[in-house]
Design a protein around this ligand. Structure first.
Ligand code: NAD
Length: 490
C-alpha cells in the first residue's frame, strides 16, 4: 500500500497548513493511527478559495472546449479504475467498511460517476424562444463559479465523487472539504487529478474539522455555491452561511427510510433486501432501511426469517473479503448509536441481537440489532440512528402503511415490496419522499437524480438535467434585429 497524501492540495500543489497543525486519522477496527493529516486554518481556506477563484476567472477550465474537459474527467476515471484496490483498502482501513463493499461498490462506482459525467460537458445546452420576428431571444448556460463541497465519512470516496464529477463537468472550480474522520481517499483523488494534469486551482482539497475549516469555507465571500452532504442540523448552518453573499445551496441530508412489505410481496427477496438495506455499512447509510413496516398478518413469519438471515451475517476484520459487517466509523459515533439502543429498550421495544453490545467504548464492532414492537412515537422510529438498528412496526392496511411511513420528519427514500403494480405506484405517489425503490430496485445510477423531501434536503444530486440546473447559471440574451430602434412611439 502506497503512503497516503497528508497535506493540503491547493492550486495544484501539496502544502502544509498555515499553522502546521495536524489531525490524526485512525483505523476504527484496531484503534491504530493511519496518518496525521494537515489541518486547514482560515488562512489556508483563503488560499484555496483564491486559487479556485483565479482558476475560474482567468484559467482555462471554464473556457476550454467541453470535449477536452470531458476527456480529462474520463482520464481521471481511468486512473481511479487502475487504483481501485488501493482506494478501496484505504476506505476500509479508515472507516471499518468491509473490503467486499469498498472493492465491490465504493471504488468502482466512483469511476462510474466520472465516466458518466465525462460525457456531459458538450451536451449542456440552452434554449431559443419564439418571440417577435425581429428578435432572437435565447437562454444560455454558463459555469457557475467556485463551489464549496463538504462531505461526510460514510462513503468517503463516493461522496467526494458525487460532488466533484457534476461540479467539474459543468466547468466550475471547487474546494472540497472531506470529513475529518476520513480524508484519505479525497486526497488520493486530488493526487490522481494532478497526474491527469488538471489545471492548478480547478480542484482543491482542504482538510479540517467541520466548524473550523468547513465553517470558514462556507462563509467565504469568494464562494458562489455551497453543496453539502451530512446531518440536517449541519445543513441548517449551511443555510445560515449562504445568506452572506446570497450563495446558492444544495443539501443532501439524513433519512429514516421505511420499507413497506405488503402481504403479496416476494418473501425471499424481501428478506435479502431488508437485511442488506439496514445492515450494509452497519446502517451508516443515508438511505438505510431503518423502519420495517410489515402487514400484521405477515409479522411473525417475516421477522423469523429476517432474524435467521441476520444471524448468518459474519462480522469481523473489515479487510477480510469473507465478512459482511465491519465496525462503526468512530468510538464517538458508537456512543451515539448506543444511546439510541439503550433508549429503545427503555421505551419498551423488544431487542433481538446476535450478541451483546461491547462494554468497551473504544470497541467499534457494534452488533446488528432488531427492535420489535416499535410504535411510531418511539424515538428509534423517528430519529436517524445511522447504525445497524432495525425498527419493526406493523400496519393494518394500505392507508395505515402510508400514514405511518409519512409520519416522519425525513423524506429521503422508501422501499415498497409488493407484486401488485397498481398498488406500488399508488403508494409511491402518496409517499412524501424523493426516491422510491420497488422490489429492491434502488441502486444508485449516475444518470438518476436523488431528491430529498422535508428535512432530507434541498435540490438534487446527480441526473444530467438537474446537474446542469444546480451547477450552471442561466443568462437570457434578447437580441433585436429591428432597424428602427427608437424606444418611443412617434
Ligand atoms: P455532519 O453533518 O456531522 O458532517 C458532514 C460534513 O460537514 C463533515 O465534513 C463535517 O466536517 C462538516 N461540518 C460539520 N459541521 C460543520 C460546520 N459547522 N460548517 C461546515 N462544515 C461542517 O455529518 P456526518 O455525521 O459526517 O454524516 C452523517 C450524515 O450524513 C447522516 O445524517 C447521513 O444521513 C448524511 N448523509 C446524507 C446523504 C444523502 O445523499 N442524503 C449521503 C450520505 C450521508
Amino acid at each position: 500500500m502506497a503512503t497516503w497524501p497528508d497535506k493540503l492540495f491547493i492550486n495544484g500543489s501539496w502544502i502544509d497548513g498555515h499553522s502546521r497543525r495536524t489531525w490524526p486519522v485512525t483505523n476504527p477496527a484496531t484503534g491504530t493511527e493511519l496518518a496525521k493529516v494537515a489541518i486547514a486554518e482560515s488562512e489556508d481556506v483563503d488560499r484555496a478559495v483564491a486559487a479556485a477563484r483565479r482558476a475560474f476567472d482567468e484559467g482555462p477550465w471554464p473556457r476550454m472546449d467541453p470535449l477536452e474537459r470531458g476527456r480529462m474527467l474520463f482520464q481521471l476515471a481511468a486512473r481511479i479504475r487502475d487504483r481501485v484496490d488501493d482506494l478501496a483498502m484505504t476506505d476500509t482501513l479508515n472507516i471499518g467498511k468491509p473490503i467486499r463493499d469498498t472493492r465491490g461498490f465504493d471504488a468502482p462506482v466512483t469511476a462510474d460517476l466520472f465516466e458518466s459525467y465525462a460525457g456531459l460537458p458538450d451536451k449542456i445546452a440552452g434554449k431559443c424562444f419564439g418571440t417577435l420576428p425581429d428578435n432572437v431571444t435565447m437562454q444560455i448556460r454558463e459555469p457557475m463559479g467556485v463551489v464549496a463541497a463538504i462531505v461526510p465519512w460514510n462513503f468517503p470516496l463516493t461522496n467526494a465523487a458525487l460532488k466533484l464529477a457534476p461540479i467539474l463537468a459543468c466547468g466550475n472550480t471547487v474546494v472540497l472539504k472531506p470529513s475529518e474522520v476520513s480524508p484519505l481517499t479525497a486526497l488520493m483523488l486530488a493526487q490522481l487529478a494532478q497526474e491527469v494534469g488538471f489545471p492548478p486551482g480547478v480542484l482543491n482539497v482542504i482538510h479540517g474539522t467541520g466548524p473550523e475549516t468547513g465553517g470558514a469555507l462556507v462563509r467565504h465571500a469568494g464562494i458562489d455555491k455551497i453543496t453539502f452532504t451530512g446531518r440536517h442540523q449541519t445543513g441548517v448552518q449551511m443555510l445560515e452561511a449562504a445568506k452572506v453573499g446570497m450563495k446558492g445551496v444544495m443539501l443532501e441530508l439524513g433519512g429514516k427510510t421505511p420499507s413497506i412489505v405488503f402481504p403479496d410481496a416476494p418473501i425471499e427477496q424481501v428478506v435479502n433486501g431488508v437485511v442488506t438495506g439496514i445492515f450494509f455499512n452497519l446502517g451508516q447509510v443515508c438511505v438505510a432501511g431503518s423502519r420495517l413496516l410489515v402487514h400484521e398478518s405477515q409479522h411473525d413469519d417475516l421477522l423469523d426469517r429476517i432474524v435467521a438471515k441476520m444471524q448468518g451475517l459474519r462480522q469481523g476484520d473489515p479487510t477480510d473479503p469473507s465478512i459482511h459487517l465491519g465496525c462503526l466509523a468512530t468510538p464517538l459515533h458508537c456512543a451515539t448509536v448506543r444511546r439510541y439502543f439503550d433508549q429503545a429498550k427503555q421505551e419498551g421495544a423488544r431487542c433481538i441481537q446476535t450478541r451483546p453490545v461491547p462494554d468497551d467504548p473504544q470497541d467499534c464492532f457494534f452488533p446488528p440489532a432488531i427492535f420489535d414492537r416499535v410504535t411510531p412515537s418511539m424515538t428509534i422510529a423517528r430519529e436517524e440512528i445511522f447504525g445497524p438498528v432495525l425498527s419493526v412496526l406493523t400496519f393494518k392496511d394500505e392507508d395505515d402503511a402510508v400514514r405511518i411511513a409519512n409520519d416522519c420528519e425525513f423524506g429521503l427514500m422508501a422501499n415498497l415490496w409488493t407484486e401488485h403494480g397498481t398498488r406500488a405506484l399508488r403508494v409511491a405517489r402518496r409517499l412524501r419522499v424523493g426516491r422510491i425503490a420497488i422490489n429492491g430496485g434502488g441502486a444508485l445510477r449516475p444518470n438518476v437524480p436523488v431528491f430529498g423531501y422535508k428535512l432530507s434536503g434541498i435540490g438534487a444530486e446527480l441526473g444530467f438535467e438537474e446537474t446542469v440546473h444546480e451547477y450552471t447559471n442561466s443568462k437570457s440574451i434578447l437580441y433585436s434585429l429591428a432597424t428602427d430602434k427608437s424606444p418611443w412611439p412617434e
